[in-house]
Design a protein around this ligand. Structure first.
Ligand code: UDP
Ligand code: MG
Length: 317
């Protein structure tokens, strides 16, 4: 039986401490699972503008192994851009993405590929025991991201954040056609897939270095998800507006009735009025903010700047 050609894609940003162990384990897994000496697998690293020695280490690996290529970005464009950069040159029928920090064990790759062979288009890893390893500062926002993503994309997956994933070639090709700047790969892939599966995968602590996602970056990712995959927030705005207007109208009616029932009484409630006013003003600002977020993104899209710049591709001829 002919083996499936598997491409493994790994974004790298300042991961010099992790690269040697990563490559050792990855190569062992791939050589064992796909023993044919032919080109049945390849690994594509994207160096996402690392400022440490990651690029040199990767180049050495590529010099020693013809099945490894390195896409060098001219600066840092972010994890998802890095993955896209590698997607641009993959030649496999199945594409597996993986984080470099060894949080996603490379040993799980054959499991994902087997699932694709069963006929699924996208197979996501579902991290087991994650909450024991990552700090609450990292897991709480992720839980939120997962919940919102499930709602906005309508695809029920337990773990959208896990980058240990496998895609069929058609899905990657479809994603490459998407010209938008902000794309969250797991959600984007699901929007093109018919059959989606999830397999439980082990999850380890980051082997070395620190997470590249601070709080602001996570917020940005959340907005990406919200605005690029649904118009739900805008629809919610309208609903909220209707609700508030009804509330205001009800209050008005109440006051009129009160006047008739009790003509002598005065409504002593300047403060109540302030409370209501602040509530409305708050809602308005939220609404403006959301609108602004969409408009800002439209502006970015229409400029249509390249999402990343590939400086060189390092590969044996
Ligand atoms: N990464 C990248 N560019 C970035 C940030 C991260 O290529 O701007 C890579 C990073 O090297 C790692 C993966 O994306 O391979 C996931 O990053 P990290 O482990 O920091 O994220 P977390 O596990 O905290 O979600
Ligand atoms: Mg990580």
């Amino acid at each position: 039986m002919k083996q499936t050609f598997v491409s493994v894609v790994i974004p790298i940003f300042n991961e010099e401490e992790n690269i040697p162990a990563l490559w050792e384990r990855l190569a062992a897994v791939l050589k064992a699972a796909f023993p044919d000496p032919g080109r049945d697998w390849e690994v594509i690293f994207t160096d996402d503008g690392s400022r440490d020695h990651s690029l040199e280490l990767l180049k050495v690996i590529a010099e020693g192994e013809p099945r490894v290529s390195v896409v060098e970005f001219n600066r840092n464009y972010g994890q998802h851009a890095a993955i896209f950069g590698a997607f641009g040159i993959v030649s496999g029928e199945v594409i597996v993405t993986l984080d470099a920090d060894l949080q996603n064990p490379p040993e799980e790759i054959p499991k994902l590929v087997a699932k694709i062979d069963e006929g699924y288009d996208v197979v996501g890893g579902w991290r087991q025991g994650r909450m024991d390893h990552d700090s609450p500062f990292r897991t709480l926002p992720s839980k939120l991201v997962n919940a919102v993503t499930r709602k906005t994309t309508g695809v029920k997956m337990h773990d959208y954040g896990c980058m240990l994933r496998a895609y069929r070639r058609e899905i990657v090709d479809a994603m490459l056609q998407c010209k938008e700047r902000s794309s969250f790969i797991p959600a984007l892939a699901n929007s093109f897939a018919k059959r989606i599966a999830e397999v439980p995968v082990a999850h380890a602590e980051r082997a070395a270095g620190t997470s590249k996602y601070g709080f602001l970056r996570l917020i940005n990712l959340q907005f990406d998800l919200l605005t690029s995959f649904s118009l739900l927030p805008l629809q919610m705005l309208t609903l909220l507006g209707v609700f508030i207007a009804l509330l205001g109208f009800g209050l008005f009616l109440g006051l009129v009735v009160y006047r008739f029932v009790n003509p002598a009484g005065t409504v002593g409630g300047v403060f109540t009025l302030f409370a209501i006013l602040f509530f409305f003003v708050g809602c308005q600002f939220i609404a403006f903010g959301l609108l602004g977020e969409y408009i800002g993104r439209i502006y970015q899209e229409v400029r249509d700047r390249p999402r990343f710049v590939v400086k060189r591709i390092h590969k044996q001829l």
